[in-house]
Design a protein around this ligand. Structure first.
Ligand code: NA7
Length: 670
């Protein structure tokens, strides 16, 4: 039987004309990487790579004859592999991989990225992130390790797939009638992902068929549904139940979870050994406290609760907020409404990406499906394109002379590039330009992708209001300067209660102390964003300080977290622990480091208010780390950082007597 590699090779060479047609249309950088990997020929890499100037597909200027040379050579190489059923080439040596990575993205990629490349793209192993038992699982008491996962979105899916693989019993509790989480709830027109899709998908379930580089919500939701089905997770989900409270029973070392059926009826209780929150940060809409909001007599809804029964055609519509949701929704409805008034409190930065509105070319689709390693190298490019490649430029240069506007020279250059784009889009309208250019550095708030926002503002039926809203009347929005906007519909694009993490659930740990008691209203902290002292056997996916603000896919973080949690569960099962709890000093040292590091990052800039920060200006939501750093931090569960107990025993640090791990050293990540 052929290997999956050979099956792909055979498909690729079956019809040479089709192969050549696809290569003629496909991206040159991943094609070049495949060629180098198949042939080991570094000369062609050296010849072509200088014409690749960045990780995005549009940042290359490879001359056509050189492209043709790569295509011809790749056809030859594939045919050569096909002839005698050759096995896949060995993984290139580290030095070659580094040259390939750097060549593919047009920048020097440090050597330390090699392991993450190999793992994220599965270049060496089919399933490198699987957590494998170190003992015979048939002899382990897996039945005692019931896990409850709260939330059937992306995070719940990632957790469930791995638990299933390990044979650990689990149930997912989901308030909605089906899977998808935020990708189910956000159904506003134009809703799409702004992380490139070939990276924004689980590494264990790559999707070669994305129709766009940045897909629209229905396609992403379909992907989530397909994954729930492919891994047979749906039958583990209880839909239509909302977790109201979970309390840790110290005597039993178990969580007692209270559920409320959404359709009504009596509360239920459920018991489990381990509780995992997979509810995400963008779960509960933030409704602004504007006087008169409840008196409005027209239609009023939040972007995450879009009311598709309300016709917008020919209506006077107000949209409050100019964040990521507004950026996608407003340009999508502007052509059909009579008037659209956009209420901007603070402008956001938005970057132009030529791929944002493009479909994936037929050539790329073909290569993704039929050419070995093409998808993997594209994935690495996109990993690099939107994230760690410019993390350093988001750190404050203490000597920088224009600290209000930017952080350092690179950040300032970015600012100017962004302004240049807006100026072009606004076609010389300097008044409008002055209103939409932020007074804080790029990336202070989430960087948006220009969804024809500025062009929309130029439409004759669109007005941008930048003054403060005074109140809402039954039929209008009144500004502090007295201007009144009579409207039929108000759309709140006002974001989510991100800092009120896990709200409104009550999670009560040891001694009945709740997360709310510890965190207050909006000051969440956790070790590695996942676990907190006082809350044994409790983990969070996408918890405090794990949001990605420099870029990168949140699913990458989910995978880091899921692996770590699975390793913790493995430790519990193999050691016979009934409870496991992070040591407070480990948690505190980590959070100290998080705060210190965040302070140097752009999202702490004093000129910025955003959902990354709480009301005391502490960054609670966003990670300070490069993707690589967080990957390193979460790669190995370290038992000595926890206290653990077998049934009936007192909690203690495992292996006491052994040297404890030096947290500081472990946390020196970059
Ligand atoms: P965001 O990014 O939190 O944006 C919310 C917007 O609403 C933002 O422009 C806010 O202005 C504005 N807002 C919030 N409250 C008010 C009041 N009271 N008055 C006027 N304007 C207000 O939410 P999104 O849903 O757009 O995006 C959330 C994330 O989802 C996004 O980053 C992606 O990761 C996906 P402000 O900027 O605070 O002045």
């Amino acid at each position: 039987m052929s290997s999956p590699f050979q099956e792909q090779v055979q498909r690729a060479v079956r019809d040479e004309a089709a192969l050549r047609a696809a290569l003629a249309e496909a991206d040159i950088a991943p094609m070049l990487m495949v060629l180098v990997q198949l042939t080991g020929d570094l000369a062609i890499l050296d010849e072509v790579a200088p014409h690749i100037h960045g990780a995005w597909s549009f940042l290359e200027s490879v001359p056509e004859p050189l492209k043709q040379k790569v295509r011809d050579r790749l056809v030859e190489a594939l045919q050569d592999y096909a002839v005698d059923d050759r096995p896949p080439p060995p993984l290139p040596p580290a030095a070659t991989l580094q040259r390939m990575m750097s060549g593919g993205v047009g920048q020097t990629v440090p050597e330390e990225y090699i392991p993450v490349l190999v793992e994220e793209t599965r270049l060496a192993e089919e399933d490198p992130r699987a957590v494998r038992w170190r003992r015979d699982p048939a002899r382990l008491p897996l039945g005692e390790m019931q896990v409850v996962i709260i939330g059937a979105g992306f995070a719940g899916l990632g957790m469930a797939v791995r638990l299933k693989q390990m044979g650990i019993p689990f149930t997912i509790l989901e308030k909605n009638p089906t899977v998808g989480g935020t990708w189910l709830e956000n159904q506003y027109p134009g809703c799409a992902v702004d992380t490139p899709n070939h990276f924004f998908s689980y590494s264990f379930a790559p999707n070669n068929a994305w129709t766009r580089h940045f897909s629209q919500r229905p396609e992403i939701h379909r992907y989530i549904e397909e994954c729930y089905d492919r891994y047979d997770i749906r039958r583990h989900v209880r839909f239509g139940v909302e977790v109201t409270r979970a309390a840790y029973d110290e005597a039993a070392s178990r969580w007692q979870v209270s559920l409320r059926p959404v359709a009504g009826g009596a509360e239920e209780a459920l018991s489990c050994r381990v509780l995992v929150s997979a509810v995400g940060q963008l779960n509960r809409p933030a409704i602004p406290a504007i006087p008169g909001l409840d008196d409005f007599e027209g239609s009023l809804f939040h972007t995450a609760r879009w009311d598709a029964s309300v016709p917008l055609a020919g209506k006077r519509v107000a949209m409050i907020g100019t964040g990521a949701s507004a950026m996608q929704a407003a340009p999508s409805i502007a052509p059909e409404v009579d008037r659209l008034v956009v209420f901007q409190r603070t402008p956001h930065w938005a970057v132009h990406n030529p791929n944002y509105h493009k479909t994936v070319s037929a050539g790329n689709l073909w290569c993704l499906e039929n050419i070995p390693y093409f998808g993997q190298w594209l994935r690495f490019q996109l990993f690099w394109a939107g994230s760690d490649g410019f993390h350093a430029s988001l750190q404050v240069d203490p000597g920088w002379t224009q600290p209000d506007l930017s952080l350092n020279e690179a950040n300032h250059r970015m600012r100017e590039m962004l302004i240049e784009h807006v100026r072009k889009e606004l076609d010389g309208d300097e008044d409008l330009l002055a209103k939409v250019i932020p007074g804080y550095p790029p990336y202070g708030k989430r960087m948006l992708r220009d969804n024809h926002w500025y062009r929309m503002l130029k439409r004759p039926n669109v007005t941008l209001e930048t003054g403060p809203i005074e109140r809402i009347t039954p039929g209008s929005i009144v500004m502090r300067d007295g201007t009144e906007h009579v409207v039929d519909v108000i759309i709140l694009a006002t974001g989510f209660q991100a800092s009120k993490m896990l709200t409104p659930m009550e999670i009560a740990g040891r001694g009945g102390r709740t997360l709310r008691d510890v965190w207050g209203d909006d000051d969440p902290r956790a070790y590695l964003g996942m676990t907190a002292p006082g809350f044994p056997n409790f983990f969070m996916i996408y918890g405090p300080n794990t949001n990605l603000a420099h870029g990168g896919s949140i699913l990458f973080h989910h995978e880091c977290q899921v692996r770590y949690i699975c390793q913790a569960l493995r430790e519990m099962v193999e050691q016979g622990y009934a409870s496991l709890e992070v040591r407070p000093e480990v948690h505190d040292a980590y959070n100290h480091l998080v705060d210190e590091t965040c302070r140097r990052m752009v999202w702490s800039h004093p000129g910025v208010t955003s959902w990354y920060k709480n009301k005391n200006n502490r960054v609670t939501v966003t990670s300070p780390w490069r993707l690589l750093d967080y990957w390193k931090l979460t790669q190995h569960f370290v038992p000595e950082e926890f206290r653990a107990a077998r049934p009936g025993e007192a909690m203690q640090v495992p292996g006491q007597g052994r040297a404890a791990v030096d947290s500081a050293e472990r946390l020196t990540v970059s």
